[in-house]
Ligand binder design. Sequence first.
Ligand code: TZP
Ligand code: MG
Length: 204
Amino acid sequence: MISVPRLYAIVDAAFFSSTAALMIFVDELVAGGCTLLQYRNKNGNARVMLEQARELKRRVGRTAKLIMNDRADVCLAAGFDGVHVGQEDLSPESVRRIVGPARWLGVSTHNAEQLQEDDRTSADYLAIGPVFSTSSKEKADPVVGLDGVRRARRLTRKPLVAIGGITRANAASVIEAGADSVAVISDLIGEPRKSAEEFFRILR
Ligand code: TZP
Ligand code: MG
């Protein structure tokens, strides 16, 4: 069983006007104590994704685990530590066959039924969300709330990551509801180092 840190920082390329700005953001997250980072790029072409991913790997090295959103091929090409897929990506077992047994595989779920189904796969961790309303995801599923997190906790023994609208103000309630970790996009933007440090202080 893997161990997931309290804060799972998601680095969404859409928030940055240049690769340089994205890299500075990541340096700051690592300086703030982040050891698990997901690279997400929903609009970029595969070539840009791989370039940015390789640069991330060069900078982060082994100080933090790097997880690739959606793309098993780019994960392998960039030497990332794992892949995170959703309900409309390749199935967990298809990704597992591509990335092998050692890399981390995470799966996003949005309700109890999906969570139970993906609990039966070889996923290393499951995500549940959106917990709160979010503007960082297009066509987000209905919010599951803290009750959705509690319910998810009862349905899986895998590490549980909560996502969607999580901030320093509500993160403690999400962990209390049973999540092992919070995945955050927006509330790290701006002052990533300070924000990460505060998440770790709050979630100690
Ligand atoms: N999946 C469900 S909600 C979400 C994703 C990728 C976005 C979370 O972003 P934020 O800004 O932390 O609400
Ligand atoms: Mg996806």
